[in-house]
Design a protein around this ligand. Sequence first.
Ligand code: ADP
Ligand code: MG
Length: 266
Amino acid sequence: MVVNPQLERVTSHLTRLKLTSTRDCLESLLDQAARGEGSYLDFLDNLLTEEVASKNQKRTRMVTQIAHFPLSRTLDDFDFSLQPSIDRKLVRELETGRFIASGVNVLLLGPPGVGKTHLAIGLGRKVIEHGASCLFVPAMGLVAQLMRAEVEGHLEERLSHLAKPAVLIIDEIGYLPFERKAANLLFQLVNRRYEKGSMILTSNQPVGNWGEVFGDPVLATAILDRLLHHSHVITVKGESYRLREKRKAGLFRSTDIEASVPGKGK
Ligand code: ADP
Ligand code: MG
């Protein structure tokens, strides 16, 4: 094989400048340019466009990993026709990621299985695509983290860590009630992020029940006051997607579900 010292030098410069996508495709880029009729500017434009796209892809992959989404879901996989109660226009607006600039929160409320977690992850991914960071935490795991940090004497550090991502998703508030101490820690976190960083929260409880969830109406009001001040509330009213799938598979009829829902049985 003939060694081309100039090509070697260019390759080594590209490595030094961390332009790895260009380096890896250099020969085919050069071949293409030699065959085509484009200008020097076209060549540079193509090369940099590819490099930037590859860097963006890498970044998105990395930030998505750090976000700790429990499932791989996107808004594109979400069938909005099954949930007509969702304001599609509002979701489209949220997809632009503009809400994070002003620290606006999003509350996704509704019964189990209607897609709250799916929507939260989908929005989180959009935020990442727009260049910001996101962290997903289940409410119970979050509270356990904060309690442990307090016992071990590094609560401040934990709160700062949780205040950093542009969007913090707290999933499943209200499935289990919080101890008063836990609610207090959550209040500190909400306070820390208030008007600085957005949060997306999911809950199976309407906000009117949060007094019970937090075991203290005063604390619940203080938390809700800050959460709702700048916020969008999306209440999903439809049928559980999981049950719908089961019903479609003929495992039971919709009347069985209705009979099992308090107040719906005959
Ligand atoms: P919730 O958080 O409200 O309990 P999930 O988001 O966990 O519900 O949804 C349960 C399952 O059903 C997930 O696998 C989710 O991807 C799927 N799912 C729910 N709603 C929809 C929908 N409208 N279109 C597509 N998949 C859905
Ligand atoms: Mg959920």
